[in-house]
Design a protein around this ligand. Structure first.
Ligand code: TIU
Length: 222
């Protein structure tokens, strides 16, 4: 089996059972004028994850391996947005409000799109999710079961919010999960570092972490 030099120890995965999950690499989080900026964040902090995420996409695409893209995006009528989520905090713009990239965090609006560099290709799965975790109120479990997937490699944003939540959901569902360290970013660098540490603590209590190059090296060895 291909084996990634990972922390806290090697991560082996079957080629027939691995998928790449790219979390929420949307204009709403990575560009000015979207949800991330409305919450008061410096969106430029997420940019370093783009090239490593693209390298992982290229590696999985070259081998015909399954790829799942997620978007945090609500229905236009906000029927899948809990009022508590919309009320939370004192953002400049709330979910559903009109902004420079269309309505904030609403499916089909320009801000909801995945950034062009990481745009899904035909045949790749795209999941709109109303929560931070990608398993909550989506068909992701069924999709992965149909594909026979047991091992998930994660990239995307933000590390401690949607990526970590989804990894924890996946871990509880029995998947072996690895987070590509350089293909994820946070608006709060200390939170990224803490998340990587807590994922792999206690003997991979949530999963593994490794540089994207180590994942690609394992794919190449297969
Ligand atoms: N605010 C923040 O860091 N993240 C989110 O709201 N969503 C995702 O992480 N995708």
């Amino acid at each position: 089996m291909p084996t990634v030099a990972a922390l806290p120890f090697d991560y082996a995965f079957p080629m027939a059972g691995v998928a790449l999950v790219v979390i929420d690499m949307q204009r709403d989080f990575l560009e000015p004028g979207g949800f991330g900026a409305a919450l008061g964040n410096d969106v430029a902090l997420l940019a370093p994850a783009v090239a490593p995420a693209r390298a992982l996409l290229d590696g999985f695409r070259a081998r015909g391996l399954p790829i799942i893209h997620t978007r945090e995006a609500h229905r236009p009528d906000l029927s899948d947005c809990p009022p508590a989520k919309r009320r939370r905090g004192t953002p400049a713009l709330r979910i559903g409000d009109p902004g420079p990239m269309g309505r904030i965090l609403v499916a089909g609006e320009p801000g909801s799109a995945i950034i062009p560099e990481l745009a899904p290709l035909p045949g790749e799965t795209v999941i709109d999710k109303p929560g931070k975790g990608a398993f909550h109120a989506t068909g992701l479990s069924d999709i992965l079961a149909r594909l026979g997937v047991t091992h998930l490699v994660f990239a995307g944003v933000t590390t401690e919010v949607c990526v970590q939540t989804t990894m924890r959901e996946a871990n509880d569902r029995g998947f072996d999960c690895l987070l590509a360290e350089d293909a994820t970013e946070s608006y709060v660098p200390a939170f990224k570092a803490a998340t990587l540490a807590m994922i792999r603590a206690q003997g991979a209590i949530v999963g593994w972490t490794a540089p994207s190059a180590a994942v690609l090296a394992a794919l190449e060895s297969a």
